[in-house]
Design a binder for this molecule. Structure first.
Ligand SMILES: *Cc1c(COP(=O)(O)O)cnc(C)c1O
Length: 477
C-alpha cells in the first residue's frame, strides 16, 4: 500500500473550505513560513479511500475477539460518546466563569460521588490523565502526608513482584525507594516476607489487586493492617477494577488511596495512546493534599476551590480529560448499581470459563479460581516442541483473533494472559477456545508450520528488535 505522501499530486485539492468569518490580521514577517508545509495534496475522494483502506488493515474490538489481558479492551458503548458530545459539554471552555458551567461541575461532582461509592473512598480528583499518572498523584499524597507530620525518615514503598510494572516506576519518580517482595508459591503476597521488610522507613505499600496473575490477595486485611501498624499508608492500584466493582471496595479493605483507570474498567476509549483518565480517590485525612482545584458544593450550585494551601499542586492542566470522565459517568449511570455488579460477576465467570476449558491442553500458571483474567505458560511446549508464546499469539491472528497480552507478567515464563471481559458472548469465547485448542494440536503435530504465522496479514513477522532499536519515525521520500 502506498503512503499518503506517495499518492500526493501537486495542485490537487480537497473540497471547499468555508469563507473566513473573522478579521484577517497579517502575521509579522519573522513568524511567517518561508517554505511550503509539505502536506500531501489529494482530493477528498482519494483521502477517504486511503483512510478506509488503512482501517481495513487494522484490528480492533469492533472487528473481532480481543482478549487483551489487563487492559480490559472492552466494548465502549456508543451512548458514552453521544453524551460527551452534547454541545453543553463539548463546546465549553475551561476558562469560562463557573456560573456558566454549572452543569459540567455537577457532572464532575456526580462522577466523584459515584466512583467514591464504588471504591469506598471519601474524595476523588480527576486530574490525572492515566493510570500511571494517578499512581504518581497518590504516592505524592502519601509522601506529603508523612512530610506534614515531620515524619521524613519514611522513604520506602513496598511493592510485591506481582504488581504492575508502573508501581515501582512511580515510586522512583517520587524520589522514594521501591522495595520488592517476592510472591509466595500461590502467587500472592507472602506475609512473612512482607513482615521482614516492614519497618520505620516504610512510607507505604502499593498493591495491585487483583494482582497481575489475575488473583485476589486473600490476606488483604492483614496486609493493610501490617502496614498501618508500622505507620505506613496503603495504596490500591485499581486499574483493573473489572473483577470487583459493586462487590468489594478498597476503602473497606483498609486502603487509604486508590486510582482507577476509566479507560479500562469504565469503558472509555483505550489504545493508540489515549486520552485516558486515572482518577485518584482518597480518605478524608488525605483530602487536603489533593491536586487543586477541587469541585465543591456552594449553596445550590458548585464552585472550583483553588484555596488549598496543603495541595500537592497541579498534576495536569485544568480538570483532567473531562470528556473521558463524562463517558465513564454515562457508563456507570446506564449500568446502575445492579448492572455494575453484574458486569464484574460476568467478567469473572467468563475468565474462569475460558481458563477451565483451556486447561485441557494448556498449562495455567497458578491454576486457582481467577478474577477477570488468567495467565497461561507455554514453557512446557517451548521445551518439547520449540513453540513459544509468541508463536501461539501469531497463529491466533490467522484465525481472526487478536493476540492476548504476551510475556506479562514477568514472573511467568512464556506467558499468555487472557482477559475475555464481560461483553463477550459464550459463542465468541467458544470459537476462541476452539481456535486455541486447535493451534495447540498443530503445535504438537507440526510445530514448524507455526513459526511462519501469521500468513494472512499484509505484514508477517517483523524484526521486533530492529523496530525497537532503530525505529524509522519519519517519512523519507
Ligand atoms: C494499565 C495498568 C496501569 C497503568 O495504567 P496506564 O493508564 O497505562 O498508565 C497500572 N496498573 C495496572 C494494574 C494496570 O493494569
Amino acid at each position: 500500500m502506498k503512503l499518503i505522501f506517495e499518492k500526493s499530486v501537486p495542485g490537487r485539492r480537497l473540497s471547499l473550505l468555508p469563507d473566513c468569518d473573522v478579521p484577517v490580521c497579517k502575521l509579522p514577517e519573522s513568524l511567517r513560513r518561508t517554505t511550503p508545509i509539505g502536506l500531501p495534496e489529494m482530493s477528498e475522494n482519494e483521502l477517504s479511500r486511503h483512510y478506509s483502506a488503512l482501517e481495513r488493515r487494522s484490528f480492533g474490538v469492533n472487528n473481532g475477539f480481543y482478549p487483551l489481558g489487563s487492559c480490559t479492551m472492552k466494548y465502549n458503548p456508543r451512548i458514552n460518546d453521544e453524551m460527551s458530545a452534547l454541545p453543553g459539554f463539548a463546546d465549553i471552555h475551561p476558562l469560562q466563569p463557573v456560573h456558566t458551567v454549572q452543569g459540567a461541575l455537577e457532572a464532575l461532582a456526580l462522577a466523584e460521588q459515584l466512583l467514591c461509592e464504588i471504591t469506598g473512598m471519601d474524595h476523588m480528583t480527576f486530574q490525572p490523565a492515566a493510570g500511571a499518572h494517578g499512581e504518581l498523584t497518590g504516592i505524592l499524597l502519601i509522601k506529603r502526608y508523612h512530610a506534614e507530620r515531620g515524619d521524613t525518615e519514611r522513604t520506602e514503598i513496598i511493592v510485591p513482584d506481582s504488581a504492575h510494572g508502573t508501581n515501582p516506576a512511580t515510586v522512583s519518580m517520587t524520589g522514594m525507594t521501591a522495595v520488592s517482595i517476592e510472591s509466595g508459591p500461590d502467587g500472592r503476597v507472602d506475609l512473612d516476607k512482607l513482615k521482614a521488610v516492614v519497618g520505620p522507613k516504610t512510607a507505604g505499600l502499593m498493591l495491585t489487586n487483583p494482582n497481575t496473575l489475575g488473583l485476589f490477595e486473600k490476606d488483604i486485611l492483614e496486609i493493610t493492617d501490617i502496614i498501618h501498624k508500622a505507620g505506613g499508608l496503603v495504596y490500591y492500584d485499581g486499574a483493573n477494577l473489572n473483577a470487583i466493582m459493586g462487590i468489594a471496595r478498597p476503602g473497606d479493605m483498609g486502603f487509604d488511596c486508590v486510582h482507577l483507570n476509566l479507560h479500562k474498567t469504565f469503558s472509555t476509549p483505550h489504545g493508540g495512546g489515549g486520552p485516558g483518565s486515572g482518577p485518584v480517590g482518597c480518605k478524608d485525612f488525605l483530602a487536603p493534599y489533593l491536586p487543586r482545584p477541587v469541585v465543591e458544593k456552594e449553596g445550590e450550585g458548585y464552585t472550583l476551590d483553588y484555596e488549598r494551601p496543603l495541595s500537592i499542586g497541579r498534576i495536569k492542566t485544568f480538570y483532567g480529560n473531562f470528556a473521558i470522565v463524562l463517558r465513564a459517568l454515562t457508563y456507570v449511570l446506564t449500568l446502575g448499581r445492579e448492572g455494575i455488579k453484574e458486569a464484574s460477576t460476568q467478567a469473572v465467570l467468563n475468565a474462569n470459563y475460558m481458563r477451565k476449558k483451556l486447561s485441557e491442553c494448556y498449562d495455567i500458571a497458578y491454576d486457582y479460581t481467577c478474577m477477570h483474567e488468567f495467565v497461561m505458560t507455554l514453557s512446557g511446549l517451548k521445551k518439547e516442541k520449540g513453540i513459544t508464546a509468541a508463536d501461539i499469539a501469531k497463529a491466533l491472528i490467522d484465525r481472526g483473533i487478536h493476540p492476548p497480552t504476551m510475556y506479562f507478567p514477568l514472573i511467568v515464563p512464556e506467558a499468555l494472559m487472557i482477559e475475555p471481559v464481560e461483553t463477550e458472548s459464550k459463542e465468541t469465547m467458544d470459537e476462541a477456545i476452539e481456535a486455541l485448542l486447535d493451534i495447540y494440536k498443530v503445535a504438537c503435530a507440526d510445530p514448524e508450520s507455526l513459526h511462519a504465522a501469521p500468513l494472512t496479514t499484509p505484514v508477517g513477522r517483523v524484526d521486533e528488535t530492529a523496530a525497537a532499536r532503530h525505529p524509522k519515525l519519519r517519512y523519507e521520500g
